[in-house]
Design a protein around this ligand. Structure first.
Ligand code: ADP
Ligand code: F6P
Length: 499
């Protein structure tokens, strides 16, 4: 008989493992850090816990054997090439993703994609059931695995089940378009506790249960039909590993690299930076339009001002992403052709992934960070930028349509749809006196330092343990309001006026 596999008291299930398997042309296998905010956040949480991580290794075909890495037990789930197409690229990223992000591009509905989504969710649930110890805590992540909570409950009624939504949860008017809306809600209601980035997301979920399932709801609780079980839905916004990232940013080699980056760009007076997965939700087109207009109107220009845009490769086989890439690259080419000079391009465009050290150096090098999504669950890049600015330098231009905006009100706010307003926000971020910018940066950093990813995880796990009751209030930290207590669109959006 083969030896019994080890089991774990904490199991997380996420579409991706923290590392992706990459097979080179010569057949050699390499493991690379997976893209995205979920991995950044969960990896730093799991490093401090003895737990298992169930997820896809990023490649089609047979899954590698389970292995341990950085103190985490990684349990790969296989996806066939058809499942990568139908479950991941199709249902997750061409059906759910657009619906959950305000239908910025139209959503596509295919019944075969839904079948693949069901089959893959079932496989994840079985893998979780295999590695979870008796009475374990199971923490399911994100929109790719919304059926997993109910499937795990069926297989393992002894475990406690939580789910966290890293992206927005749509208003019921959009969610209702999904032909499988009831099954998705019922899948989620298998959990004991559901966590969201904003209170508005939690409210959207509760409302969807009431209107689409006819479920009884009271404030943040939904009663599951046919049982007396109650599920609590609340906002617990995710964050970054403030201490770890700040330490990295303070390293002499990273600071030297920041200086080197500026020098290699010709030591501009103002270095602007954008860092985004190449995704239509990130507002890269709107940002480039505002920048191009500012250059054409000669209000700013190279070599004094320049923009570095890091556009991280993402979901490259999904049509909307392909189109976006070609549009962005054409626009960058046009801006450089029309408005750049020899030795002084207006946009430095980079389509790569970088190590964490290089990202920290880029953040430190940038005078103005442009975070302009049309819709974003959180946007960890905004929080990483302020974490790296221990020198209190820099200025953050931040879209009101990010989860981060609900915590970082002092930033230079923008509505990316309002190109004129976006241009003004950029100019304010450049021209506000350094002393005022330092005051703003100090306030932003305080918020992120007080609400780091470790606190997020402990708040989440406490809420899960206490659900459906509210956990007892946290003993630590000063009484800064949590995001769930802040208004949806706080007052005037002119950060400089409020500073
Ligand atoms: P999303 O989860 O939608 O990608 P977030 O802003 O929340 O957006 O998280 C993105 C994460 O990916 C951040 O931790 C950021 O530092 C990292 N990241 C983005 N682009 C790159 C890149 N080119 N190289 C390395 N890390 C990147
Ligand atoms: O949070 C949004 C999210 O989809 C995460 O689930 C994921 O880590 C990240 O964006 C990157 O996307 P993908 O895994 O599709 O490359």
């Amino acid at each position: 008989m083969p030896p019994a596999r080890p089991t774990y008291d904490l199991v997380i299930a996420a579409n991706r493992l923290p590392v992706d398997k990459v097979v080179a042309d010569d057949g050699g296998v390499e493991w690379r850090r997976s893209p995205g905010g979920l991995v950044t956040a969960m990896e730093s949480v799991m490093r401090n816990q003895a737990g298992a991580w169930v997820g896809w290794a990023g490649d089609s075909g047979e899954a590698p054997e389970p292995f341990d890495e950085g103190g985490i037990h990684l349990h790969p789930v296989p996806l066939s090439a058809d499942e990568v197409r139908d479950y991941y690229e199709g249902f997750s990223n061409d059906t759910l993703w657009p619906i959950y992000h305000d239908v910025i591009v139209p959503a596509t509905f295919h019944r075969e994609w839904w079948s693949a989504y069901q089959a893959v969710n079932q496989r994840f649930a079985e893998a979780v059931a295999e590695v979870a110890a008796e009475g374990a805590t199971v923490w399911v992540q994100d929109y790719q695995l919304q059926l997993v909570p109910a499937l795990v409950r069926r297989l393992r009624p002894d475990v406690r089940i939580g789910w966290f939504d890293h992206i927005p949860f749509p208003p019921v008017e959009l969610f209702a378009q999904l032909p499988w809306r009831a099954q998705l809600l019922e899948g989620l209601l298998g959990a004991d506790f559901l966590g969201f980035q904003r209170q508005a997301d939690a409210r959207n979920f509760v409302r969807a249960c009431r209107q689409l399932l006819g479920a009884a709801t009271k404030r943040d609780r939904v009663t599951v039909e046919g049982s007396r079980r109650q599920v609590r839905a609340a906002a617990i916004p995710i964050s970054v590993d403030f201490q770890g990232l700040e330490e990295l940013a303070k390293r002499p080699d990273v600071r030297e690299r920041a200086r080197e980056i500026r020098a290699s760009l010709g030591d501009p007076e103002v270095l602007m930076l954008g860092v985004d997965r190449l995704d239509y939700t990130k507002g890269i087109r709107h940002r480039l339009k505002a920048y191009e207009e500012l250059l054409s109107e000669r209000r700013i220009g190279p070599p004094e001002v320049t923009l570095v845009q890091v556009a991280t490769p993402s979901r490259e086989r999904v049509d909307a992403y392909r189109q976006l890439r070609s549009e962005i690259e054409q626009t960058v080419g046009r801006i450089n052709g029309d408005l750049g000079r020899i030795g002084a391009p207006a946009v430095h465009y980079l389509h790569h992934s970088y190590p964490r050290e290089e990202m920290a150096a880029l953040f430190q090098a940038a005078d103005v960070m442009l975070v302009t999504p049309l819709r974003d669950g959180m946007n960890l890049v905004a929080k990483e930028y302020v974490t790296c600015r221990h020198d209190l330098g820099g200025a953050l231009v931040l879209s009101e349509f990010t989860g981060a905006w609900h915590e970082l009100h002092q930033a230079f706010a923008c509505n990316p749809h309002d190109i004129e307003g976006l241009k003004q926000a950029i100019l304010r971020a450049i021209n506000t006196p350094a002393k005022d910018k330092q005051r703003i940066m100090r306030a932003l950093r305080r918020r992120v330092a007080d609400h780091d990813v470790q606190r997020w995880a402990s708040r989440y796990l406490a809420a899960l343990a206490a659900a459906p009751e509210q956990p007892t209030p946290e003993p630590r930290g000063r009484p800064t309001p949590h995001a769930e207590e802040t208004p949806l669109m706080p007052g005037p959006t002119d950060a400089a006026a409020r500073a």
